[in-house]
Structure formats: structure tokens, C-alpha cells
Design a protein around this ligand. Structure first.
Ligand code: HEM
Length: 464
């Protein structure tokens, strides 16, 4: 009972779009956006039939369609990415797969990102954060670009452990950055083009991983990082993974980890800059921890990172507000009927997380940064910054841990001023214009102390 795309109208509350190569005018619609939503000011980049929920979802919650695609009928929708991107990451990376292969790799990835692993890496992540922040002192920096250094180093830690061979680390960095730079470029393989450079860097990355594996074998190193898990894996028939499967998944995890976390931290730095009340409250929370660590003479403990309620709520609110993974890609593997509508086999389906996160039915005043909304808990299935269903993000705890550690050191030691007039850049996911140029100053110890006691007394007077 196919009723055609012309019945589907643009709707801000829709939770998924169906994309098609049909370029007829009725199939191409612009998203309609409320003027207050700074994220929602441009048309869909591809030929898109938008807004299933107004009609299909009428009478039920708009999150129904998202669950249909990602959870309850997930087997009918396979993950799909543009071919040019799949080529750069590697076709065996887990996020392009379903069923047994996906489940196997996912178990390995999850075990190398588990809470037990995280617990042991707190001091290493802290050292990376401190070293980067120290390099910002007194400078105007491109916040997003700089944070990518932090999240790259943390990703390397989870993937390769404490990589002592600096030559390998530098080569990984240089080539991964080249790959990343061309990831969203026009996919032409003309020599000298960004895409072509990315493809070449991808080839070199595979060779570097071979060298790291060889060194481990020569030194009989057995490590509990992601590379170790992938190398040691044997299925029930004793089959190990191929070199390409290992490399594709390493680059896949690197890709999933680095950009996302840096992007979210960039937004959070902006939100905390704009909202002095939240920033000051977080400073109080973090300063208490800093002081209990003998003014920073002892490193953060795992238990401390698990007990930062205000900062955690601000992270959640940043995830909701920025919705950096605004949507994900799926493709119907057969004709699928959804409430009387046909989604033909091969059509792309994009669950839109942002629309759920910015829906006023679920979040009062949704365009306002307000971490306290998470004090009371929220409706089920209305907050999914890390996705939903079988492909939900296995790195969410790693992401949160690095953000908590970074924010701890940022707010107790620095003040910052954002430069420029704001705005959002999409590539296609949102990032503050020009990567958020900002000036960072290190506060002297006495200044921090004075400020903290002022803040504490301000908080106390609020309580009276
Ligand atoms: C703020 C940071 C992050 C956000 C918002 C985020 C978000 C997401 C989302 C929405 C998905 C699901 C995509 C889909 O269903 O198609 C996903 C998948 C994934 N994420 Fe994350 N992520 C973040 C950080 C990380 C980190 C730090 C790692 C690794 C250390 C990681 C590793 C992965 C992997 C491997 C997948 C694919 C899982 C699968 O297909 O089974 N992510 N992420």
C-alpha cells in the first residue's frame, strides 16, 4: 500500500527521514525549523523525503519510528554508509555489519573499552589532558582542532596501550590526520585531491599497524588493549581474524572515538563559557575534588571520576543540546511496511536523534542549556546520544571519562574567552564556527582559591 512521498511533509518533530535518489520536486523538501533552533537552518543535503511522523506517527510518540528502525525491527534495516567513506574506514569495520560477524567484533571492542580497562587508564588520560591544557596557556587556540589531539592520544591508548615506540605514534598521527582531513571531501581519486591523499594515508596506516603487530610478536608482548583482543581472537573453529579485519576495526574505532568526543567537548566548552552559573557550580564541584587531592598533588581516582554529579549532568545536557551525531544511516534490506506506508527495499532511512532531543514534549524549553533537567530523570527512549539497539555506542563510558577528566582540569586551572560571533558549521554534523577559536588563561593558584571561596559563599547564601 505505497502512498508515495508526496504525502510526507516536512516536520520538525519527525524522527526519521527517508532519502531517495528520486530528485523530483515533490521528493525534495526543506526541513522546517523553528527560528530558535540554531542547528536547523539549512535544507537536507541530499534528495530527501522528510517528516514521516506527522502522518505516520500521528497519535503515538515520535520516538516510535526510531525504535522501529533501530531496535524492534533492526533486522530489516542494515547500517549503511556512503561507499567512499566505507572505503576509507575499511569494509570489515564493525559498524557496516550485522549478525554473527558484528556480534563477534563487538564483544572484542566492548571488552577493550570496559569499565575495568577504564579504571586503570585514569592516570594516563589525566596526564594527556594536563599536557594539552598546559600548551594552551595564554594562547588563542582552535578549540576543536586542539581537542582532536587529546582524543586522538586517548584513542591510541585504548587501541594500542601505552605505545612506547614514539616513531609509530607519530606515523599513526600524521597519517590518521591526513585520512581524517579528506574524509568529508569530494570523493574523486585524482592525484593531489584530499580524497586521494586520504586513500594513500589509509594504505600507510595499514602498514604501520603491521609494523606494530610485528614488534609485539618479536617481543612476545601480550596486551589487553583492542589490538591485543583482535590479535588473540579465535572463533569456535579456531579461525583468527585477517589482517584487513584487524586494521579496518582499529581505524573504525579510532574514527568513532576521536572526532565525536572532541566535537562534544568543544560544544561543552562553549556552553560553559556562555552559562556562567553552570560553570561556577562545576568549578565548585571540581575544586573540592582538587583540594581533597592535596591541591592536585595526587592524581584523580577512579572513584572521584564516578562522583561528579554536576559535571556529569552538564555532559548529558551538552550531548542533548549539541546532538553531535544528529542522525545515523540505515537501509531497508527488504520492502518494509510501517503504519500503512511502504519503505521500498534499498531506501535509506535516517533516524534523527536531534529531533527527539529537541522535542518540547520531552524536554521543556529544549533550546536552552539546562543541566538540571537531568536531576529528575527523563522519559525512556527520549535521550539517545549514543544511539540505540545493537549498534549503540560501546565507547560511551570512555567518552564520558575523558570528558570528566578534561573538564576537571580545565575549570580549576583556566578561564577562557570565546572569539568571534558564534554560529554553527556542519560537516555534516554540527561544530561551532571555525572550531571555536578561544583564548585560555591559566589562573594562578591564589586567584583560583579566592574565586572558589567567593563562589562557595555565593552558593551558601543561595542555600540560606
Ligand atoms: C561523545 C562521544 C561519542 C558519541 C556521541 C558517540 C555516538 C555514537 C552513536 C550514536 C553510535 C551508533 C551509530 C549507529 O547506530 O549507527 C556509535 C557507535 C559506535 N561508537 Fe560511539 N560515540 C562517541 C564516542 C565513542 C568512543 C570514545 C568510542 C571508542 C573508544 C566509540 C566507538 C564506537 C563504535 C566502535 C561504534 C560502532 C558500534 C557498532 O556498530 O556496534 N564511540 N557512537
Amino acid at each position: 500500500m505505497y502512498q508515495g512521498p508526496s504525502r510526507w511533509s516536512g516536520s520538525h518533530s519527525s524522527t526519521f527521514h527517508v532519502c531517495t535518489t528520486d530528485l523530483s520536486p515533490h521528493a525534495v523538501r526543506q526541513m522546517s525549523c523553528p527560528p530558535s533552533d540554531e542547528f536547523c537552518r539549512r535544507p537536507c543535503p541530499s534528495a530527501t523525503v522528510t517528516g514521516l511522523d506527522n502522518e505516520i506517527d500521528s497519535g503515538i510518540s515520535p520516538r516510535g519510528s526510531e525504535r522501529f528502525v533501530l531496535v524492534t525491527q533492526a533486522h530489516l534495516f542494515k547500517p549503511t554508509y556512503p561507499q567512499s567513506k566505507e572505503k576509507l574506514i575499511g569494509p570489515s569495520a564493525l559498524f557496516f555489519h550485522q549478525n554473527d560477524y558484528h556480534a563477534q567484533i563487538r564483544r572484542l571492542v566492548q571488552s577493550s573499552l570496559s569499565l575495568d580497562v577504564n579504571r586503570n587508564l585514569v592516570p594516563d588520560i589525566e596526564a594527556i589532558a594536563i599536557s594539552l591544557l598546559d600548551s594552551w596557556s595564554g594562547k588563542v587556540v582552535n578549540t576543536f582542532y586542539e581537542l582532536k589531539k587529546f582524543t586522538f592520544d586517548v584513542a591510541v591508548l585504548f587501541i594500542f596501550g601505552r605505545l612506547n615506540n614514539h616513531h609509530h605514534k607519530e606515523l599513526l598521527k600524521e597519517n590518521y590526520y591526513t585520512l581524517d582531513k579528506g574524509y568529508n571531501s569530494f570523493p574523486t581519486n585524482l592525484p593531489g585531491s584530499s580524497y586521494n591523499k586520504s586513500v594513500s594515508a589509509r594504505r600507510r596506516l595499514s602498514l604501520i599497524v603491521s609494523e606494530i603487530i610485528k614488534e609485539r610478536e618479536e617481543k612476545s608482548l601480550v596486551q589487553r588493549d583492542l589490538l591485543g583482543s583482535l590479535l588473540n581472537f579465535k572463533d569456535e573453529k579456531g579461525q583468527t581474524l585477517t589482517h584487513n579485519q584487524i586494521v579496518d576495526n582499529i581505524i573504525g574505532v579510532m574514527f568513532a572515538a576521536q572526532d565525536t568526543t572532541a566535537r562534544l567537548l568543544t560544544w561543552m566548552i562553549k556552553y560553559l563559557h556562555d552559562d556562567s552559573n553552570t560553570r561556577e557550580a562545576i568549578q565548585i564541584e571540581q575544586k573540592a575534588i582538587f583540594e581533597s587531592n592535596d591541591g592536585g598533588n595526587r592524581t584523580l581516582s577512579w572513584a572521584q571520576t564516578r562522583n561528579m554529579p554536576l559535571t556529569s549532568r552538564a555532559i548529558k545536557e551538552s550531548l542533548r543540546m549539541a546532538s553531535i551525531i544528529s542522525f545515523t544511516f540505515r537501509e531497508a534490506v527488504e520492502d518494509v511496511e510501517y503504519k500503512g506506508y511502504l519503505i521500498p527495499k534499498g531506501w535509506k532511512v535516517l533516524p534523527l536523534f536531534r529531533n527527539i532531543h529537541h522535542n518540547p514534549d520531552f524536554f521543556v524549553d529544549p533550546h536552552k542549556f539546562n543541566p538540571s533537567r537531568f536531576e529528575l530523570g527523563i522519559n525512556p527512549n527520549t535521550f539517545m546520544p549514543f544511539g540505540n539497539g545493537l549498534h549503540t555506542c560501546p565507547g560511551n563510558e570512555v567518552a564520558k571519562l575523558q570528558m570528566l577528566i578534561f573538564i576537571h582540569h580545565l575549570v580549576i586551572k583556566f578561564r577562557w574567552e570565546v572569539e568571534g560571533s558564534g554560529g554553527v558549521h556542519y560537516d555534516p554534523f554540527p561544530i561551532p564556527q571555525r572550531g571555536l577559536p578561544a583564548k585560555f588563561w591559566k589562573e594562578t593558584c591564589s586567584c583560583t582559591q579566592g574565586r572558589t571561596s567567593k563562589l562557595v559563599s555565593r552558593e551558601e547564601s543561595k542555600l540560606k
